[in-house]
Write a protein that binds this ligand. Structure first.
Ligand SMILES: C[S@@+](CC[C@H](N)C(=O)[O-])C[C@H]1O[C@@H](n2cnc3c(N)ncnc32)[C@H](O)[C@@H]1O
Length: 367
């Protein structure tokens, strides 16, 4: 072991990583091989998902130190994992981590992912770049087997969530939304961009689990084959309207009067898959995983969501407790929390009903 290396334990796996590793935020490209402790939760999710999907061949296209690939090989039964990275130092580090965990079902690879995926297809393809996944999407799509799974990380939250509108328009060919629901829109814009790329190859997608957390968006998509599936997928894309003063929001299949998008308007998760995922004690962050599974399973599919702060400022009342607010909304129709923010809720009721429910939950009589 060189002087700058430390061994950390994540889940049931030991990982040899540079001692100055990132523990918060997106991390940055640096001279040493990349490892970010904060992404342990996202790697836990990969472990839970692959355990639920059953035996398959997986490729972690951008492995860096091999943290995800080595964890998958070590913690999921029946998988074979290729841990790839274009960097020679990363490749060596991956090799050390495979050896450290005594793995026979994990191979290190040192290729440009586009070359690797032109030669070989996998049941699970994972893209985890610095920033945007857009430059790598075509190659990744080609590398997914029929009905395989594509997993994508995006850490370029500023463009996707509307802080850099110009960049979002260039990269994702979509107009983002600034304001309280910017991360919901950002997640769906990313999904919409992947869907449009899939359609070019006559592929469709079924979201298994797509979420926003910390400083990143993460998608897990079943990739289906055929022009009809691609067309059906494209019909689930649309645009959003958000009126700052009235707080009204709506979605439409056409951009007319709905300037934000295109974005995916279908479900974010597959509840059947979520039910099979288990947050057991072997994970790095089992309690956080259990809470997230509960939240993802319970949230409604609607893209219409609100932050309590915007309702409180409009009505000039203190926010009610979330449980009370949900009860009050549910007396009028369907409502749920949103995983995107602990102070947000999903609800497709008419605006007047939402405002009435909010006043009721806050103990203010309707006038
Ligand atoms: C954000 S890091 C990956 C983090 C890693 N997945 C983890 O969980 O710790 C991005 C990695 O992608 C690698 N990379 C960049 N371009 C690549 C390419 N075209 N093919 C393969 N790897 C690439 C970089 O060398 C870097 O190690």
């Amino acid at each position: 072991m060189t002087a700058e290396q430390v061994t950390v334990r994540e889940g049931c796996t030991d990982l040899l990583v540079p001692s100055g590793y990132s523990s918060r935020g997106p991390g940055t490209r640096g001279p040493s091989v990349f490892y970010n402790r904060q992404m342990a939760f996202a790697r836990d999710v990969s472990v839970m998902l692959l355990r639920a999907l059953g035996p398959l061949s997986a490729v972690d296209c951008m492995s860096a130190a091999g943290s995800r690939a080595v964890r998958l090989a070590n913690e999921v039964q029946g998988v074979h994992v290729t841990a790839n990275d274009i960097s020679a130092e990363a490749y060596e580090q991956i090799g050390r981590n495979i050896e450290l965990n005594g793995l026979k079902n994990c191979d290190a690879s040192n290729m440009d992912l586009a070359c690797l995926l032109a030669e070989q297809r996998f049941g699970y393809v994972d893209l985890d770049p610095f920033g945007s996944p857009v430059p790598f999407l075509h190659a990744a799509i080609k590398g997914v087997e029929r009905n395989g799974v594509l997993a994508v990380t995006a850490t370029d939250t500023a463009p996707l969530a509307g802080a850099r509108r110009d960049k979002c328009e260039r990269r994702y060919m979509a107009r983002p939304l600034r304001g309280p629901i910017c991360h919901e829109a950002g997640l769906r814009i990313l999904m919409g961009a992947v869907a449009r790329d899939l359609a070019r190859f006559d592929r469709g997608m079924e979201p298994l689990l797509c979420f926003h957390s910390d400083h990143y968006f993460r998608l897990h998509l079943r990739v289906t084959k055929g022009a009809q599936r691609a067309d059906a997928m494209l019909r689930r894309l649309g645009w959003m309207r958000y009126e700052r003063d009235s707080l009204k929001r709506s979605v439409s299949a056409s951009p007319e009067g709905h300037p934000h998008g295109p974005m995916w308007l279908g479900p974010l998760h597959d509840r059947g898959v979520l039910e099979r995922m288990e947050a057991d004690e072997s994970l790095a962050e089992p309690r956080r995983c259990a809470k997230a599974l509960e939240l993802w399973s319970e949230e409604l599919d609607t893209p219409i969501c609100y932050e309590v702060s915007e309702l409180s400022s409009k009505l000039k009342i203190n926010p009610p407790r979330m449980e009370r607010l949900l009860e009050s909304l549910r007396r009028r129709g369907e409502a749920s929390r949103s995983h995107v923010s602990p102070t947000a809720f999903r609800c497709a009721l008419p605006m007047e009903d939402v405002l009435d429910a909010y006043r009721e939950a806050a103990g203010i009589d309707n006038i």
